[in-house]
Design a protein around this ligand. Structure first.
Ligand code: LR7
Ligand code: MN
Length: 529
């Protein structure tokens, strides 16, 4: 009997000790780099806000939100998270200067689960020094129930704007960016949980590099269990030629420093911080894109090509609920919308490399993508580099697809390109000012020797077309085969060279003479790897 009591006593003391230790440790971790004025959950009227879990939700917990709503509703809004950073971030953090700028945190949402949205906000208030938050700007993208946002406005820092129509995530974020008061903008999905000390490393990096768009490591909150799992910090964002986003190893082999910022060719898009002035200057997001998709590529290409950069900051971590389906309706259909947005990106930024996207997704050619002239003008105004520069300098490990092309793109002399007017075949080729958007100037030189634009072949036929270089239906005959000699383009059967000296009339073939400027041709991409 006495022995039993003694054991109970020891067990109780042990439990108490462990409990105290846990609370102490948890508090230490949570407050490290967190708010110096602890956030009080009582200021949020949680019970008023959270909805009862309905019988239908219990039956089909994944149906409404594509994540488990029953589990989400059960978790406390201020749940603790494991500190996912490398331990070396702690010493790094202690050297962060005191004066950091404030940020507006912009959260667009459409019919988000209340428990998930609330947890996003509470996690921010709990793990961020309040003086660094200018505001938490909620953009309600015309959710069915206006109260989803309205009931949150009494929470410290929270402001709400409600769209009067469904605008989609892209226009909603741009709207938020225009209203924002902070020097830095931080965009975030409505089902995230920020981790300890997440914000300071992002802000600090932007102070050092004002044109750098930064993202945290995006940890994974499981859509079924809501378990928080740390993601590896050494990965960069990449893509294949269908423009599917993927995580991949960094290209260099040397030992990676796990707390150093990682340059990334693209960002995933759900969470990022950016200097507001730079964001405004570089063209925010493409507001002609609808609902969801593609905007992270457009932003990434534009940022890199127009003088900025993008990095993943390993000491900053934010969890995001990854899911497989969209839980909301796309008024024009999700495939159409995704393809429209992606085609805009491709047509605005990818120059002659767009051929690889269309080869990977032939059906996308049928998708209308609207007017892109404003975005093209922006590209000119900002003196952006071309896509080839991007591939060489930012994403050298993206392999070009295997193809039978020896060269492709513009065939040019200075700023003039081989071009043609539509008309009855054969059509005489001309030299015109180069233009990225003219399909007729886009040539593909195949291994067989043919040079093709729009399915027509460059042809010289002394008997029929005299000296003129024309385009004709492809017949793969001798008259349609060419080879490269230095910078000249030589007609295989006659040994004559394409020459532009009579450029008013059109391009001709003439005796090859390497000293003539009118026979020197540059091609945008030669011998692709
Ligand atoms: O019409 C809409 N209006 C909105 O306000 C549609 C959506 N939204 C809101 C929505 O409530 C959410 O807060 O926009 C936010 C993003 O929508 P999600 O969560 O449905 O998108 P996602 O997580 O599948 O989206 C990824 O791709 C998007 C492309 O447009 C965005 O860039 C997301 O931020 C991005 N998330 C990730 O990249 C996570 C990592 C993926 C990997 C690998
Ligand atoms: Mn999301």
């Amino acid at each position: 009997m006495r022995r039993k009591r003694k054991i109970t006593c020891v067990v109780l003391i042990l439990v108490w000790l462990l409990g105290t230790l846990y609370i102490f440790w948890d508090g230490m971790v949570e407050n490290f780099g967190g708010s110096n004025k602890p956030f009080n959950l009582k200021s949020v009227k949680v019970e008023e806000y959270l909805k009862e879990t309905s019988e239908q939700d219990v039956q089909e917990p994944m149906r409404k939100h594509a994540f488990n709503i029953v589990i989400s509703n059960k978790l406390p809004p201020d749940r603790s998270l494991p500190d996912a950073r490398s331990s070396r971030c702690l010493s790094h953090f202690s050297s962060i200067p005191q004066s950091l700028p404030t940020t507006s945190i912009i959260i667009a949402f459409h019919n988000e689960a209340r428990s998930a949205l609330l947890r996003t906000i509470v996690s921010i208030l709990k793990r961020t020094p309040l003086e660094l938050i200018a505001e938490i700007l909620l953009i309600d993208d015309f959710s069915n129930n206006p109260q989803d946002g309205q009931l949150l406005v009494h929470i410290p820092k929270v402001k709400l704007v409600r769209n009067t129509n469904r605008e989609g995530l892209i226009r909603s974020r741009v709207k938020g960016s225009k209203l924002a008061k902070g020097k830095i903008l931080t965009f975030m999905d409505s089902h995230c949980e920020v981790n300890v000390g997440w914000l300071q490393p992002l802000l600090q990096r932007i102070i050092q590099e004002p044109k750098c768009i930064v993202t945290p490591v995006i940890d994974v909150i499981d859509k079924e269990s809501f378990v928080y799992t740390r993601a590896p910090e050494i990965l960069q964002g990449g893509f294949d030629w269908s423009l599917n986003f993927r995580w991949e190893e960094q290209p260099y082999k040397r030992k990676v420093d796990e707390i150093k910022p990682v340059k990334t060719p693209v960002i995933s898009g759900s969470i990022f911080s950016v200097n507001k002035d730079w964001f405004d200057n570089v063209g925010r997001l493409d507001t002609k894109m609808d609902i969801w998709g593609g905007e992270n590529f457009e932003l990434s290409f534009r940022t890199w090509m127009c003088g900025g950069m993008m990095e993943i900051i390993p000491c900053s971590r934010v969890g995001h609920v990854n899911r497989k389906q969209h839980p909301y309706i796309f008024p024009d259909g999700n495939v159409n919308t995704y393809l429209k947005n992606t085609r805009r990106t491709v047509e605005i930024w990818m120059d002659e490399y767009k051929r690889f996207f269309y080869a990977a997704r032939p059906s996308s050619r049928m998708q209308a993508f609207g007017d892109i002239s404003e975005r093209r003008n922006l590209r000119v105004k900002l003196h952006c580099e071309n896509f080839r520069w991007y591939l060489e300098h930012v994403y050298p490990n993206l392999k070009l697809p295997v193809s039978d092309e020896l060269a492709y793109g513009h065939i040019k002399q200075g700023d003039h390109c081989i071009d043609l007017d539509p008309g009855q075949l054969p059509v005489i080729t001309k030299l015109r000012f180069c233009s990225e958007s003219k399909m007729a100037q886009d040539w593909s030189w195949r291994r067989k020797g043919i040079i093709v634009s729009n399915g027509m072949c460059l042809t010289s036929d002394p008997l029929v077309t005299h000296d003129y270089v024309v385009v004709q239906f492809c017949n793969y005959g001798d008259n349609q085969r060419w080879y490269r000699h230095l910078k000249q383009i030589v007609h295989e059967s006659t040994g004559l060279c394409i020459d532009s000296h009579d450029s008013g009339k059109g391009l001709i073939v003439a005796d090859c003479d390497d000293s003539l400027d009118t026979q020197q041709w540059e091609i945008t991409v030669e011998n692709p790897a």
